[in-house]
Design a protein. Structure first.
Length: 378
């Protein structure tokens, strides 16, 4: 005989079966919209900078050479020290040049004495010719001799000046202020005027130049933006420049300014030479250092910036930003990116003021899918 089933148990089983059937007919519960962080775009003025590699170069360099020949008798500076413009550096033996000055002075005195005689004779002949006591020819010869005497004095004076100049050149002076290098000669050496080897070199380190190369395409794009009114730019000679040494985390603490931009493009590199000027009172910068210069290009008045993590790339390389559109639905938006500004991208086109850009949760969105936007913390 079969065992009689408990009516209560049968009722419970029936209810469970009905409940199961009900669940299959109504389907699984719908997933809630994905929560994403959004950033509302606000156009704002943003100063733009470009960072370029470069090298330092001296403000002025003077190679000291003798202008007269002779034996070097004194060196009057310490190698590696600071010298002032007009400071005497060397003394060349002046004996022969002093003698030349004395000889020139003697010739000048002789010419002056001869001139006095000629002047007196010309004065007498001027009276005598009036009474026909001398011929007109003799008078003319006397006047000519007088003029030759005057010319001779001018020649003699020029010889005195030349001899004095050569005597002065025996003292070799610093043409500029700066740091002087090692001496190429010692006392007793024979030097000659215009020799190929410099006696020493003086380098002015304060201020100091920084020469960098800027891409011609970037420079052209900058000028186009200025012409189109996208960017406000002050005069090129007023652009601020900051500096950091290569491999150093500490920037140079004294700002410089842009002074010069070349007008030709290097055909081998496609770059334009740019020169900045920096104060260097502590002589912390030396010529030839590799540095990085950060140059202020101008101000983008209506700049649109988005976090770098908001920009993704499609399979063809197109930059895409996800925005929250109407009905809080996710939409991919192609954009054109400019340069990086800190941890953000400058957007040249594709976004406008008021757009809501997804900054976090991009991996959870699909085109047209509803999302739950939450304001991103800035």
């Amino acid at each position: 005989m079969f065992q009689r089933l408990n009516p209560i148990a049968l009722s419970a089983a029936a209810l469970l079966l009905l409940s199961a059937c009900d669940g299959k007919s109504s389907g699984a519960p719908a997933m809630p919209p994905a929560e994403v962080s959004v950033l509302t775009i606000q156009a704002q003025p943003v100063p733009l900078f470009t960072e370029l590699p470069g090298r330092t170069s001296a403000f002025r360099v003077a190679e000291v050479r003798p202008q007269v020949g002779g034996i070097l008798v004194k060196r009057l500076f310490e190698e590696g020290s600071e010298v002032k413009a007009g400071q005497q550096l060397y003394q060349i033996d002046p004996a022969t040049y002093q003698a030349a000055v004395q000889s020139a002075l003697a010739d000048l005195a002789k010419a002056r004495a001869t001139l006095k005689t000629s002047e007196a004779k010309a004065a007498r002949y001027a009276d005598l010719v009036q009474i026909n006591a001398v011929s007109r020819q003799d008078y003319d010869d006397t006047v000519a001799t007088l003029e030759q005497g005057k010319a001779q004095i001018m020649v003699a004076q020029a010889e005195v000046d030349t001899a004095q100049i050569n005597l002065n050149y025996t003292k070799v002076y610093a043409p500029i202020s700066g740091r002087i290098g090692k001496s190429a000669v010692t006392e007793g050496a024979l030097v000659t005027a215009g020799q190929a080897t410099a006696l020493t070199t003086i380098t002015q380190l304060d201020p100091i130049y920084v020469d960098v190369s800027q891409s011609s395409s970037e420079l052209l794009r900058l000028r186009q933006d200025v012409a189109a009114g996208k960017m406000a730019q002050s005069g090129a000679d007023k652009a601020a420049v900051t500096l950091s040494l290569d491999g150093s985390n500490h920037p140079y603490d004294k700002p410089g300014e842009l002074k010069f931009s070349d007008v030709t493009v290097d055909s081998s590199t496609g770059a334009v030479q740019v020169r900045a000027l920096f104060p260097n009172p502590d002589k912390a910068l030396y010529p030839g250092l590799f540095v990085r210069a950060r140059i202020e290009q101008g101000v983008r008045e209506q700049a649109i910036l988005v976090p770098q993590q908001s920009v993704v790339r499609s399979s063809d390389g197109t930059a895409i930003v996800w925005v929250v559109g109407e009905g809080d639905k996710a939409e991919p938006r192609p954009v054109v990116t400019g340069q990086a500004v800190g941890d953000k991208w400058l957007i040249d086109s594709g976004l406008k003021d008021g757009d809501r850009v997804i900054s976090e949760g991009i991996q959870k969105v699909r085109p047209g899918a509803p999302v739950h936007p939450v304001a991103a913390q800035q």
